[in-house]
Structures are given as structure tokens and as C-alpha cells.
Design a protein around this ligand. Structure first.
Ligand SMILES: [Zn+2]
Length: 378
């Protein structure tokens, strides 16, 4: 158990932040050197090479999938950047590891989106629900270990989704692996995915929360990757080309994207016509996931490794792995709309406040220290 002292409640732009100082949590941070970055040309937008989304499993008792405003349910990540090459290397090899800079371990979070104009307005609440409404009050933290909730696109290594990226050294820039947590629901994207919760319907929206792992590894060794775990008791509803969907006993559906899906693949066996995710079973040794559709899970059970999986695509005359940044894209789907009324089918709801609460529990915060946010009553 980590002990901590609630050291301060400080005001930051846009809201208050609770700051915790656990005493024995993380190893000392090296001074966060910028890795020698192979500067790469701006990554091309990943080709939307995914096949048509697989059909949701029919057995669910309630309507599962959002309907009309979600034309591409399998592709909420489409505009995120490809990996800028192999990533930073440490002097010895293929793993670049560091602790976050400064006086870690300190956890804090922004109460609301404060993205300095980089990535849209976020969810500002509605007349009926505050911006900190907790949609999934019992949510377990989805990663075995620490993580950093922030944007993948509007930080170093991101491409800015056409709005303008921040520059910086690259995905493994130490600034990406630090607190505070930042909400990136409703972040502006160039995709057609939209959410009723995002006020500006002239753009595509990011309808989940992105969470980076503890360290930036940029390699494919499963043992180096953190495990994503079940956030609720339930069962595995569906596994699509880059999404694992967990149906919770609480009625909600939780989406995990970019887990490592396959092991030991020989993509050279796939010609251009067959270079699609549906052919991976024939050229890979096994699934890299820990679950199969229909599996019962308990909160905390392993689901799969946090990775950068973005399917496969035909590029430069060969079938290649497609990559996004190393992160878990996490969504909560529920039958509630911004007015607080029930919807006929589940839609993406803002996950950030639920994740902040779950992380505070994960690091051992006392109930007395939890923010007093309104919570869903079911
Ligand atoms: Zn995402």
C-alpha cells in the first residue's frame, strides 16, 4: 500500500488540483534527458485500412451500439499519428525508459479540460450534468500500474490532427509521461466520429480518454508492456480489429483500443489484397490478448497489453504493421445523454471524471479525500 499525504489543494488554470505525495511509489527519476531523436518527416495519416467493423455480438440484452452519429465505430482513432519511426533509443538498445521529471511521485489532475486551445473545448457539462459528472462510479483503473491520461495528438510526437501540433521531440518526450491528467474527450479530430456530448458538431470528436503507460518503450516485446485490466465485472462482448469490448454487469460497455492483438506474425505472406486485419489469424501464431469473446471477467482481470496496435496496412510495397502512439484509448458507453435522460442505445459518454476517481482509488486515496462529484446512481 502506498501511503501518501494530501499535501495541498492548489488552484490551477481552469480548476483545482489535488496533489498527493506518495512516499514510496516510483523509482528516482533520472533527469529526463531528451533522447536523441531521429527527426522524422511528419508522419502520414494512417490509411483507413480497416475492414468494415465487425458486427456486435447479438446476445446482449440491451441495444449495444450507438446508432446514427457513430458511422465508424471501429475507427475513433483514425487521425492519430503513426509512430514517427522506431522512436528514441537508449544507448544500449531498444528501450528508452525514464521516470517523469521533477518531484515525482505526485499525482494531480485538471478538473476540467484546460488544453490551452490545442485540442478543442472538451466536455463542458450541460444544464443537467456537471462537467465532472461521474458516469461510472465503480470503475476500476484500467491499467495494471500507473498511467498518464492526456492527449496523443496535441502533445510532442502528435500531429495536431490538422489543427497544429506542439512540436517537441517526439512521442517519448518526458512531458508526455507526467501529471497532471488531462481530459481529451471531445478533442477535435478529422474523423467523422461525433458525440452528443461535444458541443461543436462541425468537427469530428475524440470520444474516449487516452492514457499513456508508465514508460515509453516503443518496442513490441509483450513482457515490456503493461497489462490492461477489466474495469468491471462482466464479460467480453466482442473483439474487433483493434478494439476489445467489455460488457460490464453494470450495463455499461467499455472499449479498449490499441492493445497488442497478435503475436508472431509473418506479414510477408500477405499480398496487397490480403493485407487486412481479417487475415491476421492465418499469418500470426496466436492472439496476444488475454481474453476471447464470451469470457467472463472480474474487475482487475487481465485483458491484453497496452500497445500501439493500429492494425495493418499496405505501404511501400509491403504489408506492414500500422502504429499509433503507445497508449490505451478507453471509452465508456452508456445509455444516457447530456440531458440526463436515457437513450435507446449506448453512446460514448465522457470517461475522464470516472477515470480520475478510479486512479485516486488505485493510488490509495482515502474516501474522505475524493472529490465530491455527482455520481451516477446506478
Ligand atoms: Zn484515443
Amino acid at each position: 500500500m502506498r501511503d501518501y499525504v494530501l499535501a495541498a489543494i492548489v488552484a490551477v488554470a481552469g480548476g483545482a488540483a489535488l496533489v498527493f505525495y506518495p512516499h514510496d511509489t516510483l523509482p528516482p527519476a533520472p533527469p529526463g534527458p531528451e533522447a536523441p531523436e531521429p527527426e522524422q518527416p511528419a508522419p502520414e495519416a494512417p490509411a483507413p485500412e480497416e475492414p468494415a467493423p465487425e458486427e456486435p455480438a447479438p446476445e446482449a440484452p440491451a441495444p449495444e451500439e450507438p446508432a446514427p452519429e457513430e458511422p465508424a465505430p471501429e475507427e475513433p482513432e483514425a487521425p492519430e499519428p503513426e509512430a514517427p519511426g522506431p522512436g528514441p533509443l537508449d544507448p544500449d538498445g531498444d528501450v528508452f525508459t525514464y521516470g517523469a521529471p521533477g518531484a515525482l511521485p505526485t499525482f494531480d489532475y485538471r478538473n476540467n479540460v484546460d488544453m490551452a486551445g490545442r485540442s478543442g473545448s472538451g466536455w463542458a457539462g450541460s444544464g443537467d450534468l456537471s462537467s465532472q459528472y461521474v458516469f461510472a462510479p465503480e470503475l476500476a483503473w484500467p491499467i495494471d500500474g500507473a498511467g498518464y491520461a492526456n492527449t496523443q495528438v496535441y502533445r510532442p510526437g502528435g500531429n495536431g490532427a490538422g489543427v497544429g501540433g506542439p512540436g517537441g521531440s517526439g512521442e517519448c518526450d518526458a512531458r508526455n509521461f507526467d501529471y497532471p491528467f488531462e481530459d481529451n474527450f471531445c478533442e477535435i479530430r478529422s474523423s467523422s466520429t461525433r458525440s452528443l456530448f461535444c458541443p461543436d458538431d462541425s468537427t469530428g470528436h475524440h470520444v474516449g480518454q487516452d492514457i499513456r503507460p508508465e514508460v515509453c518503450t516503443r518496442n513490441f516485446d509483450l513482457e515490456d508492456r503493461q497489462m490492461a485490466v477489466a474495469v468491471a465485472d462482466g464479460y467480453i462482448l466482442e473483439i474487433a480489429s483493434m478494439t476489445v469490448k467489455l460488457r460490464g454487469n453494470d450495463g455499461r460497455i467499455y472499449w479498449y483500443l490499441h492493445l497488442e492483438h497478435w503475436e508472431d506474425c509473418d506479414l510477408s505472406q500477405l499480398d496487397e489484397a490480403r493485407c487486412t486485419a481479417s487475415n491476421l489469424p492465418s499469418v500470426c501464431t496466436r492472439s496476444a490478448l488475454e481474453v476471447e469473446p464470451g469470457d467472463d471477467v472480474r474487475a482487475g482481470d487481465p485483458i491484453g497489453r497496452v500497445s500501439n496496435w493500429f492494425g495493418i496496412g499496405w505501404r511501400g510495397g509491403s504489408c506492414q504493421r500500422s502504429m499509433t502512439t503507445d497508449h490505451l484509448h478507453f471509452e465508456i458507453r452508456d445509455t444516457i445523454d447530456p440531458d440526463g435522460s436515457l437513450t435507446a442505445s449506448s453512446i460514448p459518454v465522457p470517461p475522464y471524471s470516472s477515470l480520475v476517481m478510479s486512479y485516486l482509488r488505485h493510488i490509495g486515496a482515502d474516501e474522505d479525500d475524493m472529490p465530491d462529484w455527482e455520481e451516477a446512481q446506478f
